[in-house]
Design a protein around this ligand. Structure first.
Ligand code: SF4
Length: 282
């Protein structure tokens, strides 16, 4: 049977206004990166964009807000957005990605139509203080546990190539696996001249090994996604990441970087002989 690839799309519904100092993130206001910054998008616009993503084959739709975590206003906005999308678009797994979140906030999102919560561990616990000083790794781990505790599916992964060591990579993969997430995005660092981390210390061969190790640790029934940085490391050789165990990818743009056009990705999948998954629960 043809291997099927799960497609996910991201919508940055509140962009570029975060006071934290994550050294890999163009949305931190500290680094003055040249990105589009805006307050809440209109819910109508988000619904139209969700319909479009669905028409391109997206099964997962991720609602992302910049900032360290949820507050009352954001919870309310994400919940209303989720309800509006669910009312108009069928068979779309809604993922919220809104940073640190309490059990109560996550329960509220679940009650209003959110299916999954995305919160990445980003890097190993030991390396985390080198990439962020304004909050800590254990808070991240706790939010992931909170999401699971209210029955949300957990989507959790990290970023590779930010100057971490081989031990950090192993530690990150083990920590992700210890959460037993339903899906795991593997991101590969995309350097930006405004950011403190200037270069990416990961090769394509190393990225392939990370995908293989992640697949082995997470199990065959989980979604393993190559997300940010795919175009930098696997452009024209996407078969390497799928053969290594990836079975999902992000289509369209990332948070603040431009991705391949969905039509180009579809052609790539056809050329490689892969199908596009039409349901999350087979
Ligand atoms: S908390 Fe999130 S939005 Fe803010 S700087 Fe860190 S990664 Fe970026």
């Amino acid at each position: 049977m043809k291997k099927e690839i799960f497609l996910c799309a991201i919508n940055n519904i509140l962009s570029g206004t975060c006071n934290e100092d994550c050294k890999f993130c163009t949305q931190s206001v500290r680094y003055h990166a040249d990105i589009e910054r805006y307050n809440y998008k209109s819910i109508d616009t988000i619904v139209q964009e969700a319909k479009k993503a669905k028409s391109y084959g997206a099964l997962g739709y991720c609602l992302v807000t910049a900032g360290k975590g949820l507050d009352d206003k954001k919870v309310d906005f994400v919940a209303r957005t989720a309800q509006a999308i669910k009312a108009e678009v069928e068979n779309l797994n809604l993922i919220a990605c809104n940073g640190t979140a309490s059990v109560e906030q996550l329960r509220y999102l679940k009650e209003h139509g959110i299916d999954s919560y995305n919160h990445n561990l980003e890097t190993s616990e030991a390396y985390y203080p080198s990439i962020c000083t304004t909050h800590n790794w254990s808070e991240r781990y706790e939010t992931c546990q909170n999401a699971k505790s209210v029955g949300l599916q957990l989507c959790s992964g990290g970023i590779f190539g930010m100057g971490e060591s081989a031990e950090d990579r192993t530690s990150l993969l083990n920590a992700i696996a210890s959460l037993n997430p339903e899906s795991t995005p593997l991101n590969f660092y995309h350097p930006n001249k405004a950011l403190p981390i200037k270069t990416r210390n990961i090769s394509q061969d190393e990225a392939v090994i990370i995908v293989q190790r992640a697949r082995k640790l997470l199990g065959d029934d989980k979604l393993l996604m190559v997300a940010g940085g795919r175009e930098l490391l696997f452009d024209g050789s996407e078969e390497l990441m799928f053969e290594a165990g990836a079975n999902a990818m992000v289509i369209g743009n990332y948070l603040t970087t431009v991705g391949d056009a969905p039509q180009k990705d579809k052609k790539m999948l056809e050329r490689l002989g892969y199908g596009v998954a039409t349901t999350c629960h087979e």
